[in-house]
Design a protein around this ligand. Structure first.
Ligand code: OGA
Ligand code: MN
Length: 286
């Protein structure tokens, strides 16, 4: 569906990329500050399409930090994330210190950034720096639709249920060992399973790799339920797959999407480097 419709502000146009989520924003140079009405219109489009793609950009690290900062407060990356000299910009990379591909691709499980925090990330911005010849896509699932397409009876059952997201548990599941300091820094966090979006008021299913169990339910059935919900939510009919092009900047709403890196390229042979900035969210509410 390639219908180009004029946006509210005359300074850019919107090209919807799929009926699930995602739209291209055409006509903006992100190296320059956006005026207030344009910022506001971009934010409205972000709420409407959940993910925005800005093609053909060439942002330096400071420029990406400045662009992101127009929409909120930047988050510092975790101390374990190496590769960047700027604490507000994290380099997502499959390369070792010598620039050789390691074969390791991170973030391949469905998740929402920092969902284990009291105030999970609001938005994440990724800028393509080095891409493999093909593949290395990022997938996004629409959690509004995931909630809204559940049978009414299931929704009624899940109304008011709380889900615990835990960094320690998701690391354990990934076979990784974390330090005691990290464990203490990220205690298990309880959130509404049908999370109201602070700006739109729509509910979004809040699951993903960090979701551990349901409050008040024995562990095993709670986990089984979470897994079934995630299977429903990430069905291909609810997913937008982003094929990266050089210069792409994408910005997505973590409050209503899950995402993951798709290991559809040879990560031992090709470089894949993205620059990442993140905006702080607000505590989830019910
Ligand atoms: C992230 C992330 C996915 C990717 O940066 O938060 O999950 O495709 N990235 O690299
Ligand atoms: Mn992520």
């Amino acid at each position: 569906m390639n219908t180009i419709v004029p946006a509210i502000a005359p300074s850019f146009a919107i090209n919807r990329l799929s009926s699930i989520l995602a739209a291209e924003v055409i006509g903006l140079d992100l190296r320059k500050p956006l005026d207030r009405p344009t910022q506001e219109a971009v934010y409205q489009a972000f709420l409407q399409y959940q993910l925005l793609v800005f093609r053909g950009q060439a942002l330096g690290k400071e420029q990406q930090i400045a662009f992101t900062g127009q929409f909120g407060t930047l988050e510092k990356h975790m101390p374990c994330n190496q590769g960047s000299d700027l604490s507000l910009l994290h380099v997502v990379s499959n390369l070792d210190e010598r620039g050789v591909p390691t074969g390791v691709l991170g973030s391949t499980r469905w998740h929402s950034d920092k969902s284990f925090r009291a105030a999970p990330s609001m938005a994440t911005v990724l800028h393509a720096v080095q891409l493999p010849p093909e593949g290395g896509d990022t997938c996004f699932a629409n959690m509004y639709r995931a909630w809204e397409t559940l049978p009414v009876a299931i929704r009624a059952e899940l109304e008011g249920v709380r889900v615990v997201h835990s960094w320690a548990l998701s690391r354990d599941n990934a076979g990784k060992i974390i330090s005691e300091a990290e464990r203490l820094d990220a205690p298990p966090m309880s959130h509404p399973l049908a999370r109201p979006h602070p700006d739109t008021g729509r509910r979004a299913l809040f699951v993903g790799a960090h979701a551990s169990h349901l409050e008040g339910l024995p562990l095993a059935p709670g986990r089984a339920r979470i897994e079934a919900l995630e299977t429903h939510a990430t069905h291909p009919s609810n997913v937008y797959q982003h094929r990266w092009a050089p210069g792409d900047v994408i910005m997505w709403d973590n409050r209503c999407l899950l995402h993951r890196a798709l290991p559809n390229f040879d990560a031992a042979a090709h470089a894949r480097v993205l620059h990442r900035t993140c905006l702080r969210g607000t505590p989830t509410s019910e």
